[in-house]
Design a binder for this molecule. Structure first.
Ligand SMILES: *Cc1c(COP(=O)(O)O)cnc(C)c1O
Length: 376
């Protein structure tokens, strides 16, 4: 099967894990710190503003808690969102308010966000679909003007930017993912960017079971009882560890090579599918926008889309659709009709796109799509 997503893990990652084992310590330690430093320079932020966590989902839950989102509050998010984002809101007793997206880019425009923003809106939570920044700069400006918090689910956006600003750093909190289906893989794990000190303290306390952060060693040196602590929040245990960090740091060093290959494959798809009747490739990126090329998607009539997926599956080519619109899930209690998201969900198919695909595999996808859609 040719997969949609697949990590590229090799000897270097294995050697890094070996070093962690040999160090005798696999928990949060020097490698987590080193990865935070490396990620900070990659994104262009101070490493002190980053918090390593167990997953992006956990980071989104922490974000909603730290912002104090609660019952009676609304958080606006695109209907085309990762399910964990809506859960992070609903789990606080707050209401996820879904906004529409552009049917071609699957990203919300600032107008879509504004239309759903009201007096109860406490925060806006957006992703960058497939790694394309979308309207993030305009949405950030809108949130600042309205005094509403902005959280970026930057799981798709490890290398996305607008101008010199990395996606994930436009808002009050940004969260990246290193799960097995992302570009930089740690096995699991996530990273949060939280520039505000008070907000960051609320998060660092929660990732450590809500315990006070004073060092036991300092307490011992001062002649105190180093085993004593205070509980300041009902936190969980959400910090990353050195095994995940060691793998992810090697992956981060290989990111330029991964991105070059992903962009090459996306360009080939653009070229090969441009002449197919009734089939749309992803819209071109606006000037100054940089994508991580996390997803590549075709859009076509719903019956043709479903037939293409089924036929490619028979040919050993896996495809999928991300992210199923959440306003249609009864559990969130939304009654909205969102035509952009609904049209996108009915017409979009995500093709295999990862740096491990060789030219023959990309050729097999191209030939498969063209033969099914009559472009032979
Ligand atoms: C994968 C993904 C997540 C979840 O990341 P985890 O680290 O697995 O929790 C969140 N948001 C988006 C957009 C994703 O693609």
């Amino acid at each position: 099967m040719i997969n949609v997503f697949q990590p590229t893990l090799g000897e270097a990652e294995l050697a890094a894990v070996g070093e962690v084992f040999a160090s005798g310590w696999v928990g949060r330690g020097p490698r987590t710190k080193a990865f935070i430093d490396a990620f900070g320079s990659h994104i262009g932020v101070a490493p002190e503003h980053l918090v390593s966590v167990t997953s992006c989902t956990e980071g989104l839950f922490l974000a909603m808690e730290a912002l104090g989102v609660g019952p009676g509050d609304e958080v606006v998010l695109p209907a085309v969102s990762f399910v964990g984002a809506a859960n992070a809101i609903a789990a606080r007793g707050a209401t996820p308010v879904f906004c529409d997206v552009d049917p071609r880019s699957l990203n919300p425009a600032v107008d879509d966000v504004e239309r759903r923003t009201g007096p109860r809106t406490r925060a806006v939570l957006v992703l960058h679909y497939g790694g394309s920044p979308g309207g993030i700069a305009e949405i950030a400006a809108f949130c600042r003007e309205r005094g509403v918090a902005l959280v970026e689910d930057a799981a798709c956006s490890v290398a996305s930017a607008v101008g010199g600003t990395a996606c994930g750093t436009f808002g009050d909190i940004g969260v990246w993912s290193f799960d097995p289906m992302k570009i930089v893989v740690g096995g699991d794990g996530g990273m949060m960017h939280v520039p505000d000190p008070a907000l960051r303290a609320a998060i660092t306390t929660r990732v450590n079971i809500g315990m006070s952060q004073e060092s036991g060693m300092a307490s011992a040196a001062a002649g105190g009882r180093w085993w004593e602590f205070d509980v300041r929040a009902f936190g969980r245990r959400s910090f990353g560890n050195d095994v995940l960090a060691a793998i992810a740091q090697v992956q981060l060093s290989r990111l330029p090579e991964f991105l070059a290959r992903r962009s090459e494959i996306a360009k080939r798809y653009d070229h090969e599918f441009a002449d197919l009747d009734g089939v749309l490739c992803p819209p071109p990126l606006p000037d100054g926008h940089r994508s991580s090329h996390y997803l590549y998607w075709l859009q076509l009539a719903p019956e043709r889309r479903d037939a293409l997926a089924a036929r490619l599956f028979e040919l050993g080519i896996y495809t999928t659709f991300r992210y199923l619109p959440l306003h249609r899930m009864p559990v969130y209690g939304s009654v909205s009709s969102l035509p952009g998201a609904e049209s996108a969900a009915d017409r979009t198919l995500c093709l295999p796109l990862h740096q491990g695909l060789d030219d023959d595999e990309v050729g097999a996808v191209v030939d498969g799509v063209r033969s099914v859609l009559g472009g032979v």
